[in-house]
Ligand binder design. Sequence first.
Ligand code: C5P
Length: 285
Amino acid sequence: MITIIERAYAKINLTLDVRNKRADGYHEIESVMQTVSLHDDIYIRIGTGNPWELTCTDEQIPTDCSNHAWKAAEVFFRAMESDPDGLDISITKRIPSQAGMGGGSADAAAVLRALNGHYGKPFSDSELAKLAEQVGSDVPFCVLGGTKVARGRGEILECLPPMPPCWIVICKPDFSCSTPALYRQIDETVIAHRPNFSAMYAAMEIQDLRKIGENLCNVFDALAETKHPEIEQFKETAISNGALGAQMTGSGSALFAIFDSQEKAQRILQELQKDYEAVFICNPV
Ligand code: C5P
């Protein structure tokens, strides 16, 4: 029996704007999203002849049908109108959970890509991204990856010029933020500072990392900061150590900082490792 292996890359939100709440309960968003090299590894065995099984190196992650990777496999085989006669998914976790890095979504997207590849690409990339909508709002982006602007509830995707090469330091503090709670809270908040999408687009187009750093903006960042002063501390430390920009990703609680020099990124990585367990250095992919 063959084992398919697929990387599940994390994402960060370079910008995240939340607009009106829709009738279906989701919010209209506009977000510049970027895939980064930090990744989980997904191993899939098809046709085990046994009931479906999912295992994960992180014991906190659910291993039943509530796991997005499991859901993605269900969605895939439903669309294929076929039964794999047993499936085994094994996840080596590196992307921190409840971090706003799309960890569960990345795993789900990797399952969709891996299965699609195995069966000779019955679905085009855009058809696969459409299937991904059934699993979660961030899954279509994770299927396609790269540098994209996401609109709608996250499923309307448009390619942007790629982010220039750089080093991204990521730190996941011990606290976590609830995504639905932050979305609820934002409905009752007057948002003082919103991302400037045109400025971010222009910065990507001219490959200006400094301008990309200046235009980082996440509307959840200010909300979370009122509760967690650690966020502001991280940003101050990052900027004073040469970061071109720093903020929270998605609905948190992971924080990231962008550097144009590996040395500077390594230096702050070592600083942060004194206080935090989950600290990573990665690149855009
Ligand atoms: O789609 P997903 O399951 O990832 O969304 C998790 C929760 O985040 C939703 O139930 C909703 O409360 C909130 N959400 C939202 N608007 C979006 C995406 C997510 O309100 N565009």
